[in-house]
Write a protein that binds this ligand. Structure first.
Ligand SMILES: [Zn+2]
Length: 294
């Protein structure tokens, strides 16, 4: 007789356990930690980095599982030395460093060499647009930075215009979903003077000013570290497109070894879901103060 109530008690305990386990599992799912930790370095001359840091971090988080630290420094100057680069082991806590900075005036060779060295055999990197022209005034350091990128460029075509970007590697997982030809909304074409030995060109655009194709999307290996880059990204309207954000996301996944052959993120590395990134109203600059003189 005594075994029946005990059985009911045990069954009831099991049911409770199952229910509470499910609650914990659901809770864990909703608060699942992001898989990758990214550092975005941005700031400097000539571009709208305030909005670009939103496009990059929000756009990439929608497409892959990543959380961000952002270092935005240097105002609109060209010769700022990013503070975080001067901290010992600054790159070690991150899975990927995204460079969207524009500091062409820095001349400190040892500083520039140390930034490149942090990637060598270490943390993967992504180089966007003016990152290519950064540190070009460092006569002895610039080449270590360029070797990390995979390309050398010191100038751009004068015209600002839509570019026809041609997919040169449609079988590459980074480029499988990229159009055969992509007409960018707007563009500033970087002239490429050298393709370094371990660089793989992935897409090109034709320079009418130079009468030759320029690499605009590529991958690179630097001391075994995987690097990805695109010189496209002067204009927000080019950056804030599915094509641009998709290919840069695949670049990040490839560089961190989480891109599948079919061009999709490895299971568990999916993002939060693609939706438009809408900027708030642009705040008008205040008029210069009028001081009434008696
Ligand atoms: Zn630019």
């Amino acid at each position: 007789m005594r075994t029946i109530p005990l059985l009911i008690l045990l069954l009831s305990a099991c049911l409770n356990l199952t229910t509470s386990n499910r609650v914990i599992a659901d809770d864990a799912k909703s608060k699942a930690p992001t898989k990758l930790k990214g550092l975005l370095i941005t700031g400097g001359c000539c571009h709208d980095y305030e909005n670009q840091k939103r496009i990059i971090t929000e756009g990439l988080s929608q497409r892959l599982s990543i959380s961000w630290d952002i270092v935005h420094e240097g105002g609109s100057g060209k010769d700022h030395k990013v503070s975080v680069y001067q901290k010992e082991g600054w790159a070690k806590d991150y899975d990927i460093i995204v460079h969207n900075e524009c500091f062409g005036g820095v001349t400190d060779d040892e500083f520039v060499k140390s930034v490149a060295a942090a990637h060598y055999g270490g943390t993967p990197g992504v180089f966007i647009h003016c990152a290519l022209h950064s540190y070009r005034n460092s006569t002895k350091g610039a080449d270590s930075w360029r070797e990390a990128i995979g390309l050398t460029s010191v100038r751009h075509d004068k015209a600002k215009l839509s570019l026809d970007v041609v997919n040169q590697a449609p079988e590459n997982p980074i480029m499988k979903a990229f159009p055969e030809k992509w007409e960018t909304p707007n563009g500033e074409l970087y002239q490429i003077d050298k393709i370094w030995e371990n660089c793989t060109p992935l897409a090109t655009a034709y320079s009418a000013e130079n009468e030759r194709d320029m690499v605009v999307i590529w991958s690179n290996k630097f001391g075994g570290t995987k690097m990805f880059g695109t010189s496209l990204g002067h204009h927000n309207e080019t950056m804030n497109t599915d094509v641009w954000l998709d290919v840069v996301s695949r670049g990040v996944l490839w560089a961190t070894n989480h891109l599948q052959e079919n061009g999709k993120p490895e299971k568990g590395y999916e993002g939060t879901g693609v939706k438009p990134i809408v900027f708030g109203p642009i705040e008008a600059e205040p008029d210069p103060k009028f001081e009434k003189k008696n």
